[in-house]
Design a protein around this ligand. Sequence first.
Ligand SMILES: [Ca+2]
Ligand SMILES: [Ca+2]
Length: 139
Amino acid sequence: MYSCNCYSGWTGVNCQINENECGSNPCTNGDCLDEPNMYSCNCYSGWTGVNCQIDIDDCSAEACANGGTCVDHLNAYTCECPKGFRGAICENDDPCASNPCMNDCSCSVVNDTTAVCTSDSVYITGTFCEQGRLTYVSF
Ligand SMILES: [Ca+2]
Ligand SMILES: [Ca+2]
């Protein structure tokens, strides 16, 4: 009869069993790899840290143009643009920022480079409401 005094991480009569250090699911956002007396984590995309618990900061100083504020997401980032700029990374001027509409028309952004001007009055026409004139009548 004999008994073995096993090294840490091993068990069984002959210390032949590799104990499972992954049993407690230590890898928050990754796959656990059981190793002798330890575990390692193979992190999913966008995560880092010993237990994959850290969301990688995807923002860099140059992430957003024109002073936009970078917001980190999982494996991605978005930009919050300052007034006057639009686009995924604030790379475009807001087409309404230059107040292109005349005659009290309201400006609506169609896309990053196009705006439309609309008027309540049927007498005001033109892309920038430049035709016709709004007249106020008082009694
Ligand atoms: Ca192990
Ligand atoms: Ca991230």
